[in-house]
Every structure is written in C-alpha cells, then in structure tokens.
Design a protein around this ligand. Structure first.
Ligand code: AMP
Ligand code: MN
Ligand code: MN
Ligand code: MN
Length: 276
C-alpha cells in the first residue's frame, strides 16, 4: 500500500493548501494519506473533504513539537478524534508561544544587521497562529542571505546561531496524553533528524514505549536512506509499529514528494494496519 503518513500544508509551514496536498497525493498514487501540520489540526476538515471527493483514504494527523531535555523531538499523532477538547486545548497551548519566539528570532537577526525579518517572513505565513522557522528560512533565501533552506538553518536558525531562540514545547507525557486521549496512535517522527546524541536515543525510545507510544517513522523524507536500516532495528527491538512518510512541505523544496518515500522493510508491521 502506498501510505504517506506525514506531510504539511499552509495551515503550518507547507506551501500548498490542504486540498492541494490531497490532490497532489492522489495524483502521485498515494492510497492512504495523513496531513500532519505542526501543532495545528484546522486543515483536516478541508483535506478530508477533498480526499472523499478523490476517493483517497484519509486519516487525521498532527505533528506535535515536544521538548525532550534541551532538544526538540517531533511526535506525530494519527487517527484521533479531531474534535477532542483536551487535544485542541493542548495544541492551542503549544502554538501560543510561537509569536513571541518569532519576535525574538527577528531581534536576534536584527542584532547582526539583518532587519525586518519577521515582517518578511510573515509574507510566507499561511496561518497567523503558526509562524515557523521554515517561514523565516524562505524569506532569508529570498533576500539572498543563504543559497537554500538547509544552509539558512545551518548558519542562522539552529542553536548557537543568531536567529535561534530556546523554546519550551509540550512535554512527551502531555503530547502522548492528548493523542491517546483522543483515540489516536503516537509515532516518533524522523528519529534520524533529532539532534540527540546516539547514546541518548534509547532513553527516548524507552520513555516513549513506557508512555504507550506505538510507532516510529522507519522511512522518512527527512532522514537519510541508511537511517531506515537503523530505525527498522529499533522498531524490532522495542516492538514499535513502522511508519512511512514523505514529510513533504512543497514542490521544489522537499527532497521527497508525496507518496515517493522508500518502502518499509517487509518484516515490520506497518502502523496503518491499526488505522484502516
Ligand atoms: P519550527 O517548528 O518553527 O522550529 O520549525 C521547524 C521546521 O523547520 C521543520 O518542520 C522543517 O519544516 C524546517 N526545518 C528544520 N530544519 C531544517 C533544515 N535543516 N532544512 C530545511 N528545513 C528545516
Ligand atoms: Mn515543517
Ligand atoms: Mn518534524
Ligand atoms: Mn513534518
């Protein structure tokens, strides 16, 4: 089955509207899609309506920003009730710090002579409640500060660089509590992209497992090919279900298009067996 269980729309930091994401997924041969905007689920109604119109199977999704020690980890929720009040309130709380963070990021960049970045980034923002580093990065590329998004991140938007601001996201406990409370499954997103030391990863997997976390993205457009072998081993060792995802943000920007991620190793149990 061509399942793609992690991608973004203009409701967070993607380039396409929810309905356009669904149409592109359908055109690319996706058979089961989850839209997983950052900390925000207001695109799901539009996406689902378009999926019904196309005849494409759709599951509700979200990508929750989580603080784990001094690092950020992303947890995808799948197949939850999108009207669940605790989930909605939790996500609202996670989003609420983003405006102040964005102001501080802009101040940090102004301090090295790059002015007006918040205003510039805002032209790329599709949802005023969700300003992301990706919007900053697009504007910084536009004005020629760096040649592409990965370069902007490396030099301006990661810890120790002028546009980086420390931020407290959700706790792992809260994120899994909201997802499970709404009847969903929890998935560790792109484990190969977390900046945790390799020796620190088992603590995350053990805690996630102890909290009832179900799955891990073995294949993600946001991690390298060899990472899939490593996280397949993790899935086997911890008994996690396996997910497959493009983490698509937009044409011309994302390395992997909707539905075009590698397939899962055949011995793993796909998370979608629990979703359809
Ligand atoms: P934020 O949630 O505001 O911290 O923004 C995180 C988003 O920035 C991610 O979801 C990606 O869309 C984007 N991002 C993070 N790191 C990189 C990178 N190295 N290259 C390109 N985009 C990145
Ligand atoms: Mn993103
Ligand atoms: Mn992510
Ligand atoms: Mn993502």
């Amino acid at each position: 089955m061509n399942a793609d269980l992690h991608c973004h729309s203009t409701i967070s930091d993607g380039l396409l509207a929810p309905r356009e994401v669904v149409r592109r997924a359908y055109a690319n041969g996706v058979e089961l899609l989850a839209l997983t905007d950052h900390d925000e689920i207001s695109g799901l109604v539009e996406a689902r309506a378009e999926a019904v119109a196309c005849g494409l199977r759709f599951v509700n999704g979200v990508e929750v920003s989580v603080s784990w020690g001094d690092q950020t980890v992303h947890i995808v929720g799948l197949g939850f009730d999108a009207t669940d009040p605790a989930l909605l309130a939790g996500l609202q709380q996670v989003r609420s710090g983003r405006d102040e963070r964005a102001r501080c990021m802009s101040e940090g960049l102004a301090a090295i002579g790059i002015r007006g970045v918040l205003e510039g980034a805002q032209r790329y923002v599709g949802n005023p409640a969700l300003v992301s580093r990706a919007h900053f990065a697009r504007y910084l590329v536009e004005i020629g500060i760096a040649r592409d998004m990965p370069n902007v991140f490396e030099h301006y938007l990661v810890r120790g660089k002028p546009g980086f601001v420390e931020h407290e996201w959700a706790s792992l406990e809260d994120a899994l509590g909201w997802i499970h409370g709404a009847g969903g499954l929890a998935v560790i997103a792109h484990p190969g992209r977390t900046r945790l030391a390799k020796s620190e990863m088992p603590k995350l997997f053990e805690r996630f497992k102890a909290l009832g976390g179900e799955a891990i993205e073995v294949v993600s457009g946001s991690q390298s090919g060899p990472d899939a072998l490593e996280y397949a081993r993790v899935a086997r060792r911890y008994g996690f279900l396996a997910s497959r995802a493009s983490d698509f943000h937009g044409p011309g920007e994302s390395p992997v298009d909707l539905g075009r991620a590698e397939i899962l190793p055949p011995d793993l149990t796909p998370v979608w067996e629990r979703l359809v």
